[in-house]
Design a protein around this ligand. Structure first.
Ligand code: CO
Length: 132
């Protein structure tokens, strides 16, 4: 059902410092910070030959990553995103297999439909599915 790894998202305490690390120390291709107010995050997109990494920092009062940063002040891996061809079919199959889908299908940072799966059902890892 799942296809390519679309991205790995990392929450960081200092977006500028993290962007420098990935650009200068790791030699990656790094975007300027992009504010996504509807998602409550500012993001730096890192383009890799086979996938992406996204650096996330809370934006606004109700950021979905603010609590994560409180619990992990040095930052940390937040979620991994796999591509699926049909997100509604994927959600139905996952629910039928007892996995918990968090909330409804939403429009993600790339303008495509996404959903999130409960980390307790996947070995402590928050999984995002994105329809491609
Ligand atoms: Co994501």
């Amino acid at each position: 059902m799942i296809g390519k790894l679309n991205h790995i998202a990392i929450v960081v305490p200092d977006l500028e410092a993290a962007a420098r690390l990935w650009r200068d120390t790791l030699g990656a291709q790094v975007s300027k910070p992009v504010e996504l107010p509807e998602h409550g995050v500012t993001t730096v997109f890192i383009t890799l030959p086979n996938s992406k990494t996204e650096l996330l920092h809370p934006l606004g009062d109700n950021s979905p990553v603010a609590k994560f940063l409180e619990r992990n002040p040095a930052g940390g891996m937040h979620h991994i995103c796999y591509e699926v061809e049909d997100i509604k079919a994927a959600a139905a199959k996952l629910k039928a297999n007892g996995a918990r889908v968090l909330g409804d299908i939403k429009t993600g940072a790339h303008g495509k439909p996404v959903l999130f799966l409960h980390p307790r059902d996947f070995c402590g890892t928050l999984i995002e599915l994105e329809e491609i």
